[in-house]
Ligand binder design. Structure first.
Ligand code: ADP
Length: 335
């Protein structure tokens, strides 16, 4: 009976279309944790700050169900934030944080208001990549309680779990403490108005990553990989995890795809080729871009000058720009 009711609910919810994304709220992964207990429906609705109208729409749609006494909707949103995107990778060291910083920079250059949440509890290095040293996080008093104020660098608002930790100490948070810190970070940062919040997720498919995905209104993830087979296999696992929790995968970025010869401009695929393309074809997720190996990407990260801003004519910046345009087109923002 419950399964039949569940199907009935999903059918009705599929009739609700999110107007900017032009797709139904179930396919967009906005409805999760759907449960029926006795004759009551419980669900979680993951939305951006501009999508609150969906709640009454769901209520009115489900009121058609004669057996349902009441629908309880738990809203999962980040105040002021329209679109939350996750940047993920199967393993560390593939350039996930570098990619997150440069996409944030490219979006910002296109006029978007951008925030970057460094939630990589195992290696939070976003502040350093944007030239921020160890800074004290300010706490302000708001009508909804005390909130952390994000820092700002290169026009991007930044918050990082690393800012809570002591310098040079690994973050040894586990289980409930980790869960509490992550949810606090998602709920208690005063971002102001943002078009995009990019969340730099921890690599892999562990506890921390699942908590962040479940507690934040991530409406899509971008997966970063390198061309090697091992990295590709890790991303495959990663994609399955996102699909299991119902978060759409927007696409794959292949990093360190090739080296451009300074003399003749020829491209050498140092780490092999075809990994990103193969994965994109297999998993039906678009290949959003292939980023070359460029020492300026590395030095830009070390000195806090992302290449997308400092070397805008470089081939790597061109790729980041195209990815930012693709994101802008997908979410049809004011950029
Ligand atoms: P992750 O977040 O996946 O652990 P990082 O973004 O920290 O990886 O990158 C790891 C290292 O590789 C950094 O030193 C970074 O500057 C460097 N790096 C990443 N992408 C490139 C690239 N395309 N060309 C050159 N160096 C890169």
């Amino acid at each position: 009976m419950t399964t039949a009711h569940q199907q009935e609910i999903v059918q009705l919810l599929k009739q609700i279309i999110e107007p900017t994304l032009n797709n139904d709220i179930v396919s967009l992964g906005m409805v999760r944790n759907l449960r029926i207990v006795d004759d009551y429906i419980y669900l979680r609705l993951y939305i951006g700050s501009h999508q609150h109208q969906l709640q009454p729409e769901i209520q009115s749609k489900l009121s058609f169900l004669s057996w349902c006494k009441k629908t309880y909707i738990q809203i999962c949103t980040i105040p002021g934030v329209r679109t939350t995107l996750g940047i993920s990778s199967g393993k560390g060291g593939v350039g996930k944080s570098t990619t997150a910083v440069n996409i944030a920079a490219a979006l910002q250059l296109q006029g978007a208001k951008v925030g970057l949440l460094d939630a990589d509890v195992y290696g939070p290095n976003i502040p350093q990549m944007l030239g921020l040293g160890k800074a004290d996080i300010q706490v302000i008093n708001t009508p909804t309680g005390d909130k952390f104020l994000p820092l700002k660098a290169q026009g991007i608002k930044i918050m990082s779990v690393g800012l809570l930790a002591e310098a040079n100490r690994p973050l040894a948070w586990r289980g409930p403490v980790l869960h509490k810190i992550i949810t606090q970070f998602l709920q208690d940062v005063e971002w102001g108005e943002l078009d995009y919040l990019l969340i730099d997720l921890p690599p892999g498919t562990g506890d921390a990553q699942i908590t962040i995905i479940q507690e934040s209104p991530i409406c899509g993830v971008i997966l970063v990989t390198t061309p090697q087979q091992v990295a590709v296999a890790d991303v495959r696992r990663n994609i399955y995890m996102f699909r299991q929790v119902g978060v759409p995968v927007l696409g794959i970025i292949e990093n360190m795809s090739y080296l451009i010869c300074g003399d003749c401009g020829s491209r050498t695929p140092i780490f092999g080729s075809g990994g990103g393309e193969q994965l994109a074809a297999e998993l039906l997720a678009p290949l959003l871009g292939q980023i070359p190996i460029d020492p300026r990407i590395c030095s830009g990260g070390d000195t806090g000058n992302p290449i997308a801003i400092s070397e805008q004519a470089s081939p790597a910046s061109e790729v980041f720009r195209k990815i930012a345009i693709a994101i802008g087109l997908s979410f049809a923002h004011r950029t």
